[in-house]
Structures are given as structure tokens and as C-alpha cells.
Design a binder for this molecule. Structure first.
Ligand code: GLY
Length: 375
């Protein structure tokens, strides 16, 4: 671990596109200096109205005191904001301000703002720099790192986008204090995912801290976030555009994306869907003889201890889930692909799985983890 006191610093190593990730309590206080050091001509802060009030306005005032012209553009919270039309509006607002190639777009918010602002910066003048300042746990451990940007289409999530690495990621763990508990817990599903796919010690640490974490805090929180980012940084450095190993980050996501689509975005938070999806994927791995029997139960216990759901939502039809899975952009030739685990701490690259095997795993899931279905 490379430490740059008082904050933890690590690097995504991608040659001339390498960048640091700085993690710690109070990191936002250093944001004006960090941003000025990048010598932008102007800054564009893209955020939500309430975050603009808490963090955006003070940051803008501080940057302007240091002589950097800064504009604040706000977008409504929620997945519906991650739309082509909203991206177009932001791009026009930037063009109307005659921002040049040396401007920097700062994404201040959760995954929606990060993906949208990242996409806008990938497109504006064929690409300007971005700095990610994630304020949700999910964005801090996942979407702010690795350069995936994009918007949704009515036809599906993230169907338009670009790989566009940020120049810097600033993770202030203090911003999580104002995050609603349910959203914090949803982020914990992605945290546990890193342990399951790549690091048994992290898995153990999260389990040991689960009493604190489910309440929204832990003395080890910055270390945990750092370790998640470190795992992701190593994977992205090896496979930036998901030709191979990066796909293991999608553990639990095949079922999760289908659930979000069938149940409706918003009813089920992404992390909650991932929580349920990881149990399904572990059961599938068990029935295929790849995952040791009992692992799904172990994972479900750890997720429940963090206050996360593990049961398939009531009334969801397996046929609808399978339909969405087959249309998923990661499916190939209509075959559903799953990341499976060989044990806790070790994932295997995605494998194509037959529909009847997926259906079997979903039935076992319902049988074992939905008590009302067992009767
Ligand atoms: N969220 C998965 C990835 O960044 O590849």
C-alpha cells in the first residue's frame, strides 16, 4: 500500500493516462489545491442541487478566490437524469460558455452524476479532462474508478458511452455521513463483492465490521474503501476496456441488471439487486460444480448481516428475468454469461450458461431464500 499522509493515495496505472485516487476523511478540503494543480482554464462542476449547496458552492467560491473561473451546473437526482437529452443540455451549456480544451469537468455526486459528467467530458470537443468526486459509497468503490461513462437509452441501461479515464479521483469519506442509510448499505454489496471475487482478507474484514457498517460507519471505513479501489485499480490497469479480467467485476450483475429492469429502477437500488444477484450466481456456481457447496449460504449470511436483501423479489417471473439477461449487452449470441466463483476470494472469467441451468439456480434461490415460497 502506497501511503501519502494524511490521506491514502493509490494509482490506476495506464501509462500516460495514469491517475491518482485519494481517499480519506476531509479530502474535499484539499480539492481546490488539487484541482488548481491540474492547471485548468475553467472548471465545470456538475452536481445535484442539494450537493451544490453543501459542497459545490463552497468549492466554487474557493476556486474563484484562486483565480479559476468555475461554473456550477445542476441536474436532478435519480437514474432518469442519466439520459442522452440531459447530456445534450449540459454539452450546450458548456458550449454557450465557450469552454476550451483545457477546461475540466468535475463530477460531484453518485454514480449517475459520475457516469453522466464523465460522458459529457468524453464528448465535449472530442474529450476534455474529468475529475471524479464521488459522494456515495457505490460511486466511491466502483463507478468513479475505471473510466466507464455513459447514459441510458429507453432500450436499455448504459447503451451509449465511452471509456474515458478521469485525471484524478477524490474520495472524501465524510460525504457518506449524509448519505441515507439504505443507499450506504446498498454500496456495501459492491464492497463485499470485491472480497468475494478477489480478496478473502477483505471479505473477512467486512464481515468482522458488519455490526458497525450496517449502521453506516466503521473505524476501518477508509481502509475498506481504499482496498476496494486498489482491487479495481489493479484490474483496470490490466484490462482497461474489459477484454478479459475486468469482467469479474460483474459478479452478481447478470441477475442484478435483469432484476432492476423487471422490478423497475428505483424500487430496487443497484446494490440491493447486486446483493440478490450474488446469491443467485453462487447457487449457479454450486449447481455447476464450480463453487463449493454452502458458499451461497455463507454469502447470504454476510449480506444479511450488512442489512442487505438476499431473497428474489416477490412476484418476479423467471421468464422475464431470462428475457432481459439474453438481451443484456454482455450476452453473446443470446447466451447468458455469468461470472462464477471458485471460492471466496477467487472469481473465474464469465462462462456461457444454458437457460435451463439459470432457471434451476433461480428456483433453488427462491426455494432456499424466499421463506414464503418454500411452503
Ligand atoms: N462497474 C464495473 C466496471 O467498472 O468494470
Amino acid at each position: 500500500m502506497e501511503t501519502d499522509k494524511p490521506y491514502l493515495t493509490l494509482h490506476v496505472r495506464l501509462g500516460e493516462r495514469s491517475y491518482p485516487i485519494i481517499v480519506g476523511s476531509g479530502v474535499l478540503q484539499s480539492a481546490p489545491a488539487q484541482l488548481c494543480a491540474l492547471q485548468p482554464s475553467q472548471l465545470v462542476l456538475i452536481t445535484h442541487p442539494h450537493l451544490a449547496q453543501w459542497y459545490g458552492e463552497p468549492l466554487k467560491a474557493s476556486l474563484e478566490r484562486q483565480g479559476v473561473p468555475t461554473c456550477l451546473l445542476t441536474v436532478p437526482p435519480g437514474e432518469r437524469t442519466k439520459r442522452w437529452e440531459v447530456a445534450g443540455r449540459l454539452l450546450r451549456q458548456m458550449a454557450q460558455r465557450a469552454l476550451d480544451r483545457r477546461c475540466i469537468v468535475v463530477a460531484l455526486g453518485g454514480g449517475v452524476v459520475g457516469d453522466l459528467a464523465g460522458f459529457v467530458s468524453a464528448c465535449y470537443l472530442r474529450g476534455v479532462r474529468t475529475v471524479q468526486v464521488p459522494t456515495t459509497l457505490l460511486a466511491q468503490v466502483d463507478s468513479s474508478v475505471g473510466g466507464k461513462t455513459g447514459v441510458n437509452l429507453p432500450e436499455g441501461k448504459n447503451l451509449v458511452g465511452a471509456f474515458h479515464q478521469p485525471s484524478l479521483v477524490l474520495i472524501d469519506t465524510d460525504t457518506l455521513k449524509t448519505l441515507p442509510h439504505r443507499h450506504f448499505r446498498a454500496g456495501l454489496a459492491e464492497v463485499l463483492k470485491y472480497g468475494i471475487i478477489a480478496d478473502e482478507a477483505l471479505w473477512q474484514l467486512v464481515k468482522d465490521e458488519s455490526v458497525h457498517l450496517r449502521q453506516g460507519h466503521s473505524p476501518r471505513l477508509a481502509d475498506i474503501i481504499y482496498r476496494c479501489c486498489e482491487i479495481k485499480a489493479n484490474i483496470v490497469s490490466e484490462d482497461e476496456t474489459e477484454q478479459g479480467v475486468r469482467a469479474i467485476l460483474n459478479f452478481g450483475h447478470t441477475v442484478a441488471h435483469a432484476l432492476e429492469s423487471v422490478v423497475g429502477y428505483g424500487r430496487l437500488l443497484h446494490g440491493e439487486a447486486v446483493s440478490i444477484g450474488m446469491v443467485s450466481a453462487a447457487l449457479l456456481g454450486e449447481s455447476l460444480g464450480i463453487t463449493p457447496v454452502g458458499t451461497a449460504e455463507e454469502i447470504a449470511d454476510a449480506l444479511r448481516a450488512l442489512g442487505l436483501p438476499v431473497a428474489l423479489p416477490h412476484g418476479v417471473e423467471f421468464e422475464s428475468l431470462l428475457g432481459v439477461m439474453a438481451r443484456d449487452k454482455k450476452a453473446r449470441d443470446g447466451q447468458v454469461r455469468f461470472v462464477l466463483i471458485e471460492r471466496i476470494g477467487q472469481a473465474r472469467l464469465p462462462v456461457a450458461v444454458k437457460e435451463k441451468e439459470v432457471l434451476h439456480a433461480l428456483s433453488v434461490h427462491r426455494q432456499k431464500f424466499n421463506p414464503e415460497a418454500a411452503s
